[in-house]
Design a protein around this ligand. Sequence first.
Ligand SMILES: Nc1nc2c(c(=O)[nH]1)N(C=O)[C@@H](CNc1ccc(C(=O)N[C@@H](CCC(=O)O)C(=O)O)cc1)CN2
Ligand SMILES: Nc1ncnc2c1ncn2[C@@H]1O[C@H](COP(=O)(O)OP(=O)(O)OP(=O)(O)O)[C@@H](O)[C@H]1O
Length: 201
Amino acid sequence: MTSHLDPRQTLRRQLRQARRSLTAQQQEDAASALLTDIAQRLVTLSQASNANTQPIQRVALYLSNDGEISPHLLCEHFWQHGIQTYLPVIDGKQLTFALYSKDTLWQENKFGINEPLTNETISGHELDMVFLPLVGFDTKGGRLGMGGGFYDRTFANKPADARPLLIGLAHDCQAVKSLPIEGWDVPLQAIITPQQLIKVD
Ligand SMILES: Nc1nc2c(c(=O)[nH]1)N(C=O)[C@@H](CNc1ccc(C(=O)N[C@@H](CCC(=O)O)C(=O)O)cc1)CN2
Ligand SMILES: Nc1ncnc2c1ncn2[C@@H]1O[C@H](COP(=O)(O)OP(=O)(O)OP(=O)(O)O)[C@@H](O)[C@H]1O
C-alpha cells in the first residue's frame, strides 16, 4: 500500500527503476564519461578539502549492481597510477574494505554482490577517498542509498574535512532537487556524474 511507504522508500523505488532502465550503451557511455579530466578533478577536490595534501594512495570503489554507474574505468585509471583500490565488505551492519587487484578471488555477500575473499580488511578511516554508489543525490551532498545504512554507519561522525573524501558517483537521472535527509545521513563532499562535478561546500 503506497500510502504506508515513507517518502524515501517511494523515491528509492522510482530512482532505482530509472537507473535500471538505462540501456547497455548508455551505461557504457556513462562509465566512460566519468573519466573525463578525472585526475585534475580529484586533485582539485583533495586540495580544496583541507584534508591535507598527502598524495592519494588508497581509494575504495564498488562493483556496480542494479543499474549503478560503473566505476571500472576509474579503477583501471587508479591501477595505472599505482593507487591501491579497495571494495566494501559487509561486516555486521558496517563496511570494512578489502584490497582489489587482478588476483582477487571472490565470494558473494547476502545481496548477491561479489566481495574479495580475504581475511585482511582495513577500516574506512584508513582510506583517502571513497567512491560511493547511490540511488539519489542532491547538490547539498545528500545521499539516498539502498536502505541498509551501511555507508552511514561506517562513516558516522567523520568530520567533513577529514579523510576519506566521500565522493558519490551517479547517473544524471539520479539527481533530486532536495532529498529528505535524516540525522544519521553522512553528507558527501562531492558528486561526479557524466555531466557534472558537484563540489559541496
Ligand atoms: N554495488 C554496491 N555495493 C554495495 C552497496 C551498494 O549500494 N552498491 N552497499 C551499500 O550500502 C552495500 C550493500 N547494500 C545493499 C543493500 C541492499 C541491496 C538490495 O539489492 N536489496 C534488495 C533485496 C536483496 C535481498 O534482500 O536479497 C532490494 O532492496 O530489492 C543491495 C545492496 C555494500 N556493497
Ligand atoms: N550511524 C548510524 N547508527 C545507527 N543506525 C544507523 C546509522 N546510520 C543509519 N542507520 C540506520 O540504517 C537504516 C538505513 O539508513 P538509510 O536509509 O539512510 O540507508 P542508505 O544510506 O540508503 O543505505 P546505504 O548506505 O547502505 O546505501 C536507517 O533505518 C537507520 O536507522
